[in-house]
Design a protein around this ligand. Structure first.
Ligand SMILES: [Zn+2]
Ligand SMILES: [Zn+2]
Length: 328
């Protein structure tokens, strides 16, 4: 969904001429900042514990399966559910599938779903401009400013005050009691993201140590990777990569994030065609999320799947600059 109200690409201008004054941002309440800090540090601590203390004795096919399985399920919950279904309405589905994706995405511990949706719609409306919640180009050009910007776009923005009036991005959810309830029950789903792998590991091992290792690998370590791949779309994909399309911002196609992020790294494509269910527009641009949506359509679980036709794609292509292969 190309964001509502006053979005006018022609007014977005050159961000570097209007750096934000983030230092004046009053930030979030202390308790929220502490909880956000824990949500970032605990998965990191889990990864360190797993690598340093557990690797030699507490990792086997069961825990690898939990790590990868939970990464795929909760990651697709964000990419297909939070992003392509609820934020951009790039396809439609039934209420059961909607609920499943909303819950899986919530297990990625990226905040209540509707807050995620509103923040992301705000990002599209103001992408790399003054009111973008997480642009890496906040501080202007130059190497050090880009490093500061990358840090802000990756995790720093999580500690800033929420953008004002986020509710105005959620008009289409006003009467959707089911989705609003699921979003409000975020702490329960976040906890489930640890309980499920712990319970599965306990079922296999019948030991408390086994259950705790399930929580470690399928919960904390999995969360570390889901978080940082998601945040790389905000940071890396607005700095490094190609820009085959005109999109009025600094969005880039980054193949590494494209693969790890289930297709979300084809981010210049996405900013050029925000309502498209397909982000990997070329045959070689692997887009696992779209493969799942395509399969769901064949199974009758997705309808009105939106993708741009060749004419629209070609109309937005940047004109090739002689000697510049970044638009290829
Ligand atoms: Zn973006
Ligand atoms: Zn988007």
């Amino acid at each position: 969904m190309e964001c509502t109200t006053t979005a006018n690409p022609l007014t977005l201008g050159d961000l570097r001429s209007s750096p934000q004054t983030v230092a004046q941002n009053p930030g979030l309440p202390l308790l929220t900042r502490v909880l956000n800090l824990l949500a970032i540090l605990l998965p990191l601590a889990g990864l360190i514990i797993a690598m340093v203390y557990v690797w030699g004795w507490g990792f086997n096919w069961l825990y690898l399966g939990l790590l990868i399985g939970m990464y795929i399920l909760t990651g697709l919950g964000v990419t297909i559910g939070f992003h392509r279904l609820f934020t951009h309405r790039s396809f439609r589905t039934n209420r059961v599938v909607e609920s499943v994706f909303a819950i899986l995405g919530s297990m990625s511990v990226e905040g209540p779903m509707l807050q995620w949706v509103a923040t992301h719609r705000c990002h599209h409306q103001h992408s790399d401009h003054e009111d973008d919640p997480h642009s890496p180009h906040t501080f202007g050009g130059g190497f050090l400013n880009i490093i500061r910007g990358l840090w802000r776009a990756h995790v720093g923005w999580i500690f800033e005050a929420e953008s004002k009036n986020l509710d105005r991005y959620l008009a289409d959810f006003k009467d959707d009691r089911l989705i609003k309830s699921i979003s409000a029950m975020f702490p329960l789903w976040a906890a489930l993201g640890f309980i499920v792998p712990g319970a599965i590991a306990f079922a296999f091992t019948q030991t408390l140590t086994g259950a705790m290792l399930g929580v470690l690998w399928g919960g904390l370590v999995r969360l570390f990777f889901v978080h940082h791949v998601t945040w790389s779309v905000n940071s890396v994909c607005h700095v490094w990569g190609s820009q085959p399309f005109r999109s009025h911002d600094e969005s880039r196609n980054n193949p590494i994030v494209g693969v790890l992020g289930f297709g979300e790294g084809w981010h210049n494509n996405h900013h050029a065609f925000p309502t498209s269910a397909r982000h990997g527009l070329a045959w070689w641009q692997i887009d696992t999320s779209y493969m799942v949506i395509w399969t769901m359509k064949r199974l009758g679980l997705a309808r009105d799947v939106r993708t741009p036709n060749a004419q629209r794609i070609n109309a937005k292509r940047r004109l090739p600059v002689p000697g510049d292969d970044s638009t290829a």
